[in-house]
Design a protein. Structure first.
Length: 322
């Protein structure tokens, strides 16, 4: 049995306890089928010892940056005390040296909330898509014009560099990494243990303040539930709008407000989720899965699968079946 994947959480003064805790909780809950832990989580700082939080208590970092040489994943939580200063100030030398250690070891880097300012100041987001809390997105984009900042999403996966939006989006990011490493079934088990959804719909655009709708305002929720029961059908935007008794234009506007996504993008993601479930849990042929998930042909399934996950359905099944 290979050694558990080491996740190092690199914290700084002003760290948000919630963000530190959710990394430990989610990765610490991931288990193989025989109950063996799949991850080891370690907390570190540029020097070991007490670290201030944004609450009225400190936390203790038992490890220094040397542990980053052993980590396969390094997560940088937010520090509201420090992060936005990095829009105008250089990255501290000790923090840069710590990240150098991680990159030289080949670790993937990930941030939660405004931890993205650290990765941007380090330069690893240049030429890549990234996200951060929607309140800080404009500042990040202005400070780092070479970074393509997307304020609408919960997280962005750029391969070996990942970023996530506000605090709770760290949950979505961690579950995504677990799903990427060990498959949808393992991530779903972690989500069940933690009592969170395995995949939240939409992006953070839905959390930006808007006028509160009046009671009885039309919603797209029922049409989304209906679509999940009819994924095998050749659904159109008009079909979805009809379920909500709205015009296509009105439906699309409401859908974006409620989920942060277009209806067809949401539908494709739900079909991919269903396909991953079939690939992991059944012996159905690729043709059968493509038809059952509404892709129509195995060619279409392969196209969407590769675009979203960077692999083929067959290779995905080989990695995660059982």
């Amino acid at each position: 049995m290979p050694a558990p994947h080491l996740v190092a959480v690199l914290i700084r003064d002003g760290v948000l306890p919630m963000e530190l805790g959710l990394v430990h909780q989610l990765f610490g809950s991931a288990r193989a089928t025989d109950g063996t832990p799949l991850y080891t989580v370690r907390t570190c700082a540029t020097r070991p010892g007490p670290v201030r939080t944004d609450a009225d208590f400190p936390v203790y970092a038992p490890h220094g940056p040397e542990i980053l040489a052993e980590a396969r994943t390094v997560l940088v939580p937010a520090s509201h005390e420090q992060d936005e200063r990095l829009a105008t100030e250089p990255l501290p030398a000790d923090l840069r040296a710590a990240l150098d250690t991680a990159r030289e070891a080949g670790a993937r880097l990930a941030s939660v909330c405004t931890g993205a300012f650290v990765l941007a100041a380090y330069g690893t987001l240049d030429g890549r898509r990234a996200t951060t809390h929607w309140l800080s997105a404009d500042r990040l984009a202005r400070a780092h014009p070479r970074v393509e900042v997307d304020a609408d999403v919960l997280y962005v996966d750029e391969g070996e560099v990942l970023t996530s939006a506000g605090e709770a989006a760290g949950i979505d990011l961690c579950l995504h990494l677990i799903r990427r490493d060990h498959g949808a079934a393992t991530a779903a088990d972690v989500a069940r243990r933690t009592v969170v959804p395995p995949h939240r719909e939409g992006g953070q655009a839905q959390y930006i303040r808007r006028p509160v709708p009046e009671p009885g305002t039309a919603s797209t929720a029922a049409s989304r539930a209906w679509a999940l029961d009819h994924l095998a059908d050749p659904l159109t935007l008009a079909d979805l709008a009809a379920q909500a008794t709205m015009s296509v234009r009105t439906y699309t506007r409401h859908f974006r407000q409620e989920t942060g996504q277009t209806p067809l993008r949401w539908l494709t993601q739900r079909r991919l989720d269903r396909a991953r479930q079939y690939l992991e849990e059944t012996d159905h042929t690729i043709d059968h899965i493509a038809d059952a998930c509404g892709f129509g042909t195995d060619v279409s399934l392969r196209h969407h699968f590769h675009a979203a996950l960077g692999t083929t359905p067959r290779n995905y099944r080989a990695a995660f079946r059982g």
